[in-house]
Design a protein around this ligand. Structure first.
Ligand SMILES: [Ca+2]
Ligand SMILES: [Ca+2]
Length: 268
């Protein structure tokens, strides 16, 4: 929450100064840093059912109890590490929020340890259930390292980006655009973007539109893919956010003036 308050504060300041900032109003829908005291070492969810909350409301999506996705090092700076096969998990957006239009953003810090030629997806968005998955982010082996790709829905990615390095932590940002109509959603994947929403950066790769477009996005997911295709990857600092339309600078200016007047009155 500190982050969003800081952003809102910066936005108010920017608006009051007449600065146009497209990232002004950000709403964080979901976040996970895998750190104590919220998290402790062990499975995010060990349930064999798909509806029983585990740590911090993480739910089993499939194969609970088999190669559970687990938190490590939570006392210092917790992370989760995905391998191949076994449990997949998801975390519904806080307060049951859902997104049915516009752009939605998923970000995380990832360190890839191993990858395979075929490639598989390890992180995505979805409708909160166990089968409708969108913004599927893939990793395959490439050159001496790995590469990433993004599909809007189910399918096989054909567009992998440039080679990246094993053992290096990258900040990845995924944008998914819900567009009215069938088979027309878009998106982009950014590596170490310099802007919050990637708007000032060149995408590492654009999403391939395949499968069924999203109608509702209401959870973030981690997935351990096929034994012959998936990567080994460590994940930290996941979150999902949307941008609200920024208020008009004029009305925000009045709001700031009103706030100052109120403070002045209280001090008297
Ligand atoms: Ca952490
Ligand atoms: Ca669409």
């Amino acid at each position: 929450m500190k982050i969003s308050l800081a952003i809102i504060g910066a936005a108010v300041f920017a608006a009051a100064c007449g600065i146009q900032d497209s990232h002004a109003a950000i709403t964080i829908l979901d976040t996970a840093n895998f750190n104590a005291p919220t998290y402790s070492d062990g499975a995010l969810s060990s349930s064999t059912t798909t509806t029983t909350p585990g740590q911090d409301n993480w739910l089993t999506t499939s194969a609970g109890g088999t190669n559970n996705i687990s938190v490590a090092n939570s006392a210092t700076n917790g992370t989760v590490t995905l391998t191949t096969s076994g449990e997949d998990v998801r975390r519904p957006f806080d307060g049951g929020a859902s997104v049915t239009s516009g752009s939605i953003y998923l970000e995380a810090d990832i360190t890839v340890n191993t990858a395979q030629a075929t490639g598989d997806y390890f992180m995505h968005l979805g409708d909160g259930g166990t089968s409708n998955f969108n913004a599927r982010t893939y990793i395959n082996s490439s050159g001496t390292g790995f590469a990433r790709a993004l599909d809007t829905g189910s399918g096989t990615p054909t567009t992998f980006g440039a080679d990246l390095l094993f053992g290096t932590t990258y900040h990845v940002l995924v944008r998914y655009d819900i567009i009215s109509g069938l088979a027309n959603d878009t998106g982009a994947l950014y590596i170490n973007p310099t802007t919050v929403d990637g708007s000032g950066d060149t995408p590492y790769v654009n999403a391939l539109n395949t499968g069924v477009d999203a109608t509702t996005i209401s959870a973030m997911y981690l997935r351990q893919g096929s034994a012959t295709a998936a990567a080994g990857v460590t994940v930290d600092n996941m979150d999902v956010f949307v941008q609200a339309a920024a208020p008009e600078p004029a009305s925000l200016g009045l709001l700031v003036v009103g706030g100052v007047a109120l403070l002045t009155r209280r001090r008297k």
